[in-house]
Write a protein that binds this ligand. Structure first.
Ligand code: SAM
Length: 237
């Protein structure tokens, strides 16, 4: 936890928060903080800054806040991922968020297991927890938005077409002829396939609608590993 994130419900007055959950435990057990110490704090979807510890015991942590810094710049990448198995999805959410992604779209593909759509990891509270873990890791405050598209045809005719008009669409595929570009200066939509790969007709449809196939080389990486490696390529250097 590289920043303690606070939300409106934590405020006991204009500048003071009281925390009684895992943030209290973390500050006591990991930071081993004491009254008078200053910790990095941010408000979800707000500013970053500092919090001075004014109370710390088994029941509560109270901080006096001074939040006056902007969060780090976002990565201008919309991350579209074929819905993977729940543990991979959680890693994509946490690590993508830590790398600055603010828009995730999970889509259904031919090789997506139907059962993944009913996983508890897709519940709004579970998603929010994973996004917060990513923000805490990266010392960021801006909560990403997450969308789901259960019909590929509708996604291609709707949101994907709009994204192709507004951004450079890169379809990650190990066998592509072109390498993934480094630090492009335009907004990017990055499409990552399922563990079993896209079927040929999906690749064709993604290309026909404006996507360009790109590769990281011949090694076949797991969804979450490929996602992080691709985002690193796309990040400003
Ligand atoms: N057998 C599948 C194939 O050949 O497409 C492997 C799929 S891989 C486990 C899952 C997804 O990660 C791929 O669809 C692709 O989007 C991405 N990926 C994995 N390795 C990659 C690489 N070397 N270059 C580009 N994308 C990669």
């Amino acid at each position: 936890m590289n920043v303690i994130l606070v939300e409106p419900a934590d405020f006991v007055d204009a500048r003071r928060v009281r925390l009684t959950d895992r943030r209290l435990t973390h500050v006591r057990k990991v930071h081993r903080a004491a009254v008078g110490d200053t910790l990095r704090v941010g408000q979800v979807d707000g500013a970053l800054g500092r919090g001075r510890v004014v109370r710390l015991d088994r029941e509560a942590l109270e901080l006096e806040l001074e939040l006056d810094e902007p969060p780090p710049p976002a990565l201008d990448v919309t991350l579209v991922v074929a819905l993977p198995r729940p543990p991979s999805m959680r890693k994509v959410l946490q690590q993508g968020t830590a790398m600055g992604v603010k828009r995730f779209v999970f889509v259904h593909c031919a090789r997506t297991e139907k059962s993944y759509w009913t996983a508890s990891a897709l519940e709004p509270d579970a998603i929010r927890r994973d996004l917060l873990l990513g923000l805490e890791q990266a010392r960021d405050t801006a909560l990403p938005r997450v969308a789901f598209e259960r019909r590929l045809a509708e996604f291609l005719a709707g949101r994907y077409e709009a994204l192709a008009r507004e951004s450079l669409v890169l379809v990650a595929h190990p066998d592509a002829a072109s390498p993934c570009p480094r630090a492009p200066t335009t907004p990017v939509t990055l499409v990552v396939g399922p563990e079993g790969g896209f079927i040929p007709s999906e690749l064709e449809r993604l290309e026909r609608a404006g996507g360009r196939r790109v590769t990281l080389g011949p090694r076949i990486l797991r969804v979450e590993t490929a996602t992080v490696a691709l985002l690193a390529r796309l990040s400003p250097s």
